[in-house]
Unconditional design. Structure first.
Length: 290
């Protein structure tokens, strides 16, 4: 699994370096077989984390439309106990959410100790889609923002500082943070959008808005690259996962989670207190003699 560390962002990157990159030469069937084994181990580890009750795990997924976020969640977390994982999908902010600061809706969705939280699109939408469409910021009704012209470099610098501080606070209080960018090529996105149009059962997934956003592909890539470079920290690293192969991307994410979480040797199932342990035979006898 060591080779997967090449996808961890530890220095400034250029997303073009990942363009078209492959994680594995294995067939889809072989990749899916390996994933089944890894996710079973992850499911067992989740039970231990739940019983240990000192860490929470936050998995953040970002990617362009059709990058495979939904299916990755379905396949990677399939063997988790439902009580131990919560998935939140952040779409256009509601009026209630716009009535608070931009991080509020993410704070209230954070996983409690012992649980996994999966953010399908994340707080990074606030430096991605709003950066490509700065007019959206006006809907936040901020005191010093009266027009798009007020949304300058200093504004974005401050927002990145706030996000880094948010994640550092979480990490220092027991949240293990993983951020995955599913890096899809423009050509593969085209193929996936065409499949949505060509297959009747997939039509519901298509939106004309996808094509409008696709025209802004280069703008989004620049914003993603800048966000990743500014916010990949030891306490909240980014992983850039080539996503043209969905099975390979799923296996990579599962492997990274299993390998890194398994390295926490303090995560163990709690032991019974000495008194209870000493009286186990007595308790068994009481139950057997009822």
């Amino acid at each position: 699994m060591e080779e997967l560390h090449q996808y961890k962002v530890t220095e400034k990157i250029n997303l073009n370096d990942f363009e078209g990159a492959k994680i594995s030469e294995l067939s889809e069937e072989e990749l899916e077989k390996k994933l089944r084994k890894v996710r079973k181990k992850l499911g067992k580890l989740q039970d231990t984390i739940y019983a240990h009750d000192k860490y929470s795990v936050l998995v953040c997924l970002q990617g362009m439309d059709t990058s495979g976020k939904d299916s990755l969640i379905r396949e990677v977390f399939k063997d988790f106990n439902v009580r131990g994982v919560e998935v939140h999908s952040f779409k256009v902010p509601t009026d209630l959410e716009l009535g608070h600061d931009y991080l509020w809706r993410h704070y209230i969705a954070l996983p409690q100790r012992g649980k996994f939280g999966v953010f399908n699109r994340t707080h990074y939408e606030n430096v991605l889609v709003t950066r490509v469409h700065p007019e959206y910021i006006l809907g936040e009704n901020l005191p010093d923002i009266h027009s798009v012209e007020d949304i300058n470099d200093a504004f974005w610098d401050k927002r990145f500082e706030q996000i880094n501080a948010f994640e550092k606070h979480l990490a220092e209080n027991g949240t293990l943070i993983y951020k995955f960018f599913l890096h899809l090529s423009k050509e593969e996105q085209k193929n996936r959008l065409l499949r949505r149009l060509e297959k009747k059962e997939k039509n519901w997934k298509f939106s004309a808005g996808d094509l409008k956003e696709r025209k802004l592909w280069d703008d989004y890539q620049r914003c993603y690259e800048d966000a990743i470079n500014r916010t990949s920290k030891p306490y909240a690293p980014w992983y850039v996962i080539p996503a043209d192969s969905k099975p390979a991307a799923r296996l990579a994410v599962a492997n990274i989670l299993l390998e890194t979480l398994s390295a926490y040797d303090d995560i163990k199932e709690p032991e019974l207190d000495a008194k209870t342990k000493a009286n186990i035979e007595i308790y068994k006898s009481q139950l057997n003699n009822e």
